[in-house]
Design a protein around this ligand. Structure first.
Ligand code: CTP
Ligand code: MG
Length: 230
């Protein structure tokens, strides 16, 4: 029975502004995708990684990840879709078709390239312990306001009840399949599972599992590496 990690990496990285797929952008010479896939395999509890690549970058992403496969872990690359949800659904369909013993499925953004192995293990252990859907989270440091279309504040949610959501998110394969069968698009897979009425539980995330979205985030990642904390 396998733990399979789906890695949506088919985004264009427009906010980062490198004019290339964000997953191929190097940090200290190593592409984000390589760091993300290596981190999953090094966690020691993932047997297969399925990468959803931009259609024009499938060959490149095959090449850069080829050396990461080992006796303990295989890497597969396929063409992703127009939106993140489409990329995840295509990778899930591939996994269920080609990896017959798929039991637990993680979904992990290539852009969260510095996620520590402890977060991956916490998520897998919670699904193995019987939770159908598990997400890593952090407490909110900032106060959050809800505003209307004109930017006027309409509510101040209680910060103590809010969490920042990270990946990998972990699911039993059947729950993730049912969630994606709805055809709804979402920025986060757990959001689709919530719509099914299935409980989503939380485990502790980690600041290093931040998503690299902007040049500022990339500079933070480079500083983390220079500081020797990843
Ligand atoms: N992603 C994907 N398929 C898409 C769009 C996004 O697999 N059609 C992936 C990205 O590659 C990334 C993750 O989903 O790993 C989170 O998306 P985001 O941070 O928005 O990345 P990009 O879409 O690449 O960035 P931008 O929105 O700035 O273009
Ligand atoms: Mg995007």
């Amino acid at each position: 029975m396998s733990v399979v990690a789906l890695v949506p990496a088919a985004g264009r990285g427009e906010r980062l502004g490198y004019g290339m797929a964000k997953a191929l952008v190097p940090v200290n010479g190593v592409p984000l995708l390589v760091r993300a896939v290596r981190g999953l395999l090094d966690a020691g509890c993932v047997q297969h990684v399925v990468v959803a690549a931009p259609p024009s970058d499938v060959d490149t992403m095959c090449t850069v990840t080829a050396s990461l496969a080992s006796a303990g872990g295989a890497v597969h690359v396929l063409a992703g879709g127009a939106e993140r949800t489409d990329s995840v659904r295509l990778a899930l369909e591939y996994a269920l078709r080609e990896i017959p013993d798929t039991r637990i499925v993680l979904v992990h953004d290539a852009a969260r390239a510095f996620t520590p192995g402890e977060v991956v293990r916490r998520v897998v252990e919670a699904v193995e312990a019987g939770r159908p859907a598990v997400i890593p989270v952090l407490p909110m440091a900032d106060t959050v306001k809800q505003v209307d279309a004109g930017g006027v504040v309409v509510a101040t949610p209680d910060r103590s009840a809010l969490r920042i959501v990270q990946t990998p998110q972990g699911f039993t394969a059947d729950v993730l399949l049912r969630a994606h069968a709805s055809g709804v698009r979402a920025t986060d897979d757990a959001g689709l599972v919530e719509r099914l009425g299935v409980a989503v539980t939380t485990v502790a995330g980690h600041p290093n599992a931040m998503k690299i979205t902007t040049p500022f985030d990339l500079a933070v990642a480079e500083a983390l590496l220079t500081g020797g904390t990843t």
